[in-house]
Write a protein that binds this ligand. Structure first.
Ligand code: NCD
Length: 346
């Protein structure tokens, strides 16, 4: 695992506080709180036409490359639209067969080429660690541009973790925030990069307890558990949702990541035991929330969508605002937007 990007975090307000976004472990509580606050600020500013035009004029000379060679709907669209909200123009490669990689160009040369034309590279790959390689390459060339990891194999998905934190933070705003909450993560915890990245951010909150609910072969990996132990974050593991359901303040559901199967091992799982439907809703606290990074499979019954505790559609939209906040912070405009003269509520 790399700590690339950490050296770019700086307390000095004139220096951008973020450069590359590769590994969620570089975030601290202050930066998370600031990003959440900024996301809310932007969301409110964007409500008026005047505010939306103000945002669109913040970065009209900047260009972004969306290099997504692994399937994506939400992450691609939310980054694309986050760029457009700020006036950033976008180019994209989504199909590697249309890039010069088919002519044998190396990954490194392709990334360096993107950096010749744009001001930020946002990338998703099937292989783990690629965004970190791209960031290290950028740090070695004369005109580096920031690299944002939009999902690297089954390894990390830092901006999803940020939008998940934003969703938890908003949901618990009237109840003391994320501190002290019991957060369940359920499903394919072994190969799900979202729950891996989110677990890492839990070290920024006090007295959080994690409950990992997974079929034994798909339990949370030892590297994440070691990180939690090192930071004194309490967690338990179980295969029985029923035993823990009434204790949870949040239940983060994930799908089986069957695209990583070698011999159809996902099919051996009885997904009904790791699913939420009306029976589970009846036992969940009235003020608990249900999250899911989407896309969903059968693990959340569509009947749950109408329940006030279903947070995943709001979570999806929160992703766009959080990505606007990330881009503003990378380009050093976070303080300006914070100070902008717009009504606090719109
Ligand atoms: C997730 C991903 O791609 O890791 N989706 C997303 O980015 N919202 C989760 C998943 O695919 O299960």
């Amino acid at each position: 695992m790399t700590d690339v990007g950490a050296e770019h975090l700086s307390a000095a307000s004139e220096q951008p506080r973020l450069f590359h976004v590769i590994d969620p472990r570089v975030f601290d509580r202050r930066l998370l709180d600031d990003l959440c606050e900024l996301a809310t600020r932007v969301r409110r500013i964007a409500k008026s036409r005047e505010g939306a035009l103000y945002l669109q004029n913040l970065l009209p000379t900047r260009r972004a490359m969306l290099y997504f060679t692994q399937p994506s709907t939400r992450t691609f669209l939310s980054f694309n639209n986050a760029c457009h909200i700020l006036g950033i123009r976008t180019s994209e490669i989504r199909d590697p067969s249309t890039s010069s990689e088919v002519k044998g160009e190396s990954f490194e040369d392709s990334i360096r080429t993107f950096s010749s034309y744009v001001d930020v590279i946002i990338m998703r790959t099937r292989e783990p660690g690629r965004a970190a390689v791209a960031a290290r390459l950028m740090d070695s060339i004369p005109r580096p541009v920031p690299v944002i990891n939009a999902g690297s194999g089954s390894d990390q998905h830092p901006t999803q973790a940020l939008l998940d934190i934003y969703t938890l933070d908003r949901s618990f705003a009237e109840r003391g925030g994320i501190d002290g909450k019991v957060i369940g993560m359920m499903g394919d915890l072994k190969r799900g990069r979202t729950v891996r990245s989110l677990s890492y951010l839990m070290k920024c909150y006090r007295d959080v307890r994690l409950v990992f609910i997974a079929p034994a072969p798909f339990a949370m990996q030892p590297d994440v558990k070691a990180h939690l132990a090192e930071h004194g974050i309490e967690f338990i593991e179980t295969e029985r949702l029923d035993d823990v359901l009434p204790e949870l303040d949040a239940l983060y559901v994930t799908r089986m990541q069957s695209e990583w199967d070698i011999a159809g091992e996902s099919r051996s799982v009885d997904i009904r035991r790791f699913s939420v439907g009306p029976a589970q809703l009846a036992r969940l606290k009235p003020d608990a929330i249900i999250m899911h990074p989407l896309p969903r499979g059968p693990e959340i019954d569509p009947a749950v969508d109408a329940d006030h505790r279903a947070m995943y559609w709001r979570q999806e939209r929160n992703g766009m605002w959080m990505r606007v906040a990330v881009l503003l912070t990378i380009f050093g405009l976070d303080q300006e937007v914070r100070a902008a003269d717009f009504p606090a509520d719109g």
